[in-house]
Design a protein around this ligand. Structure first.
Ligand code: GMT
Length: 385
């Protein structure tokens, strides 16, 4: 078995995540980048390169997990290939620990890899970070229950991104393991509003209209139709524009709704954007009416760019968006209340500006400088196990 690491030693860290547009991949990538910046070697393993990852950075390595096509495989055995990749990287890159993001299927794959390595007398402790839908949506499917429960109980450390997700996990699964809450984060130093803000804003709001924005992966859980309904109510009272960023399964339905509500002329669809900071810096309000949201990283990114948030009061959102300070919270589906709250801010510049400052101040609490030490502390604990 491997030697223990001292507190100041650099670690060799394996990270497994989904590479696609989604909060868990963003968190895993930004965490890996921050760890690499501190001198640790970080090895990403995924089926394609995470979209915010720059593999040319020092200390960052990417190991692609590719599944061979074979006529027998109606369902390509991704989990087996991923487990083999983890074993390979752990052995040849001398990983000290593995951090898997999103429980399904990564926690059980980590367990399999750990057992294979154990048979080779190699110790690879793993930490599982729960992100949300792995527990609140997909994880609720009873067909996953035995595997999730087992692999979470076998995880050497479990973290969740909010207190709310921790409660949900403990309610849904019988977990004997402790869950540590480590919230999502942003790097506040990177959130500088654009210097040529006026010109950029004019492009989308030529007559000084207020700008509402929504960013998501357009899945049902995001209730993007509520964004349009709220916008429709707001635009009846004040001149405004809505910017939609992202793409996903609900895109077509949203296009139809915008035609039905006759709001298309005031809606700007930007599609997928790797880094939303620029567009956030011209927005006045961020709208996030999700059905469930374990944290709401997109809301935090908006707040870091001084954009107050109109959101639902579900899941971890109240931990991020403080009602009456950084924005407002409403019941899921209460589009009237969300519209009233939005108008309260958009009709009163003084109030809007104070919410903008509050949003920024609150976002600072989630700066990477405050969150990275929490992960590093857990990694050190992991290495003692
Ligand atoms: O819902 C998404 O946008 C994607 C999803 C994911 O796992 O990729 O996001 C979840 O994880 C994010 C990062 O921890 C959280 O900020 C999101 O709130 C969470 N989404 C939901 O719970 C619906």
């Amino acid at each position: 078995m491997k030697n223990k690491i001292n507190n100041n030693d650099f670690m060799n860290i394996g990270i497994v995540c989904f590479p696609t547009y989604g909060g868990s991949g963003v968190v895993a990538t930004e965490l890996g980048k921050a760890l690499a910046g501190k001198g640790h070697k970080v090895h990403f393993m995924s089926y394609s390169q995470p979209f915010r990852l720059n593999i040319f950075s020092e200390n960052i390595f990417y190991h692609e997990v590719s599944v061979n096509d074979y006529p027998l495989f109606d369902y390509p055995p991704y989990e087996s290939v991923l487990a083999s990749k983890i074993v390979d990287v752990a052995m040849y890159e001398h990983l000290d620990l593995l951090h898997v993001h999103y429980a399904i299927p990564h926690a059980s794959v980590a367990y399999t890899a750990q057992q294979i390595l154990k048979s080779k007398k190699i110790n690879l402790p793993y930490i599982t970070t729960l992100h949300g839908t792995d527990i609140t949506l997909v994880g609720r499917d009873p067909s996953f229950e035995p595997v999730i429960r087992f692999s979470l109980n076998c995880s050497n450390i479990i973290t969740s991104v909010s207190e709310s997700l921790k409660r949900d996990t403990l309610k849904t699964f019988k977990i004997d393991n402790k869950i540590s809450v480590v919230p999502n984060f942003i790097n506040i130093k990177e959130y500088d509003p654009l210097s040529d803000l006026c010109c950029y804003k004019k492009k989308y709001a030529p007559n000084g209209e207020k700008i509402l924005i929504h960013i998501s992966n357009f899945r049902k859980v995001k209730r993007v139709e509520d964004v349009l309904e709220v916008f429709n109510k707001v635009r009846k009272e004040i001149p405004c524009k809505l910017i939609l960023v992202g793409d996903g399964p609900e895109r077509a339905a949203i296009d139809l709704l915008c035609r039905k509500l006759q709001t298309c002329s005031d809606i700007i669809n930007l599609g997928k954007i790797n880094d939303p900071k620029e567009v956030l810096s011209i927005a006045d309000l961020f709208v996030l009416p999700s059905e469930t949201e374990s944290f709401g990283l997109s809301a935090l990114e908006a707040m870091a760019m001084k954009v107050p948030v109109i959101s639902t009061d579900t899941g971890g959102l109240p931990e991020v968006n403080i009602h009456g300070k950084t924005g407002f919270l409403s019941k899921v589906g209460d589009i009237n209340d969300m519209a009233v709250n939005a108008l309260k801010l958009l009709k009163n510049n003084k109030l809007l500006n104070s919410f903008k400052e509050n949003a920024f101040e609150h976002a600072k609490k989630f700066d990477i400088d405050n969150i990275l030490p929490q992960y590093l502390k857990l990694y050190r604990q992991l290495l003692k196990k």
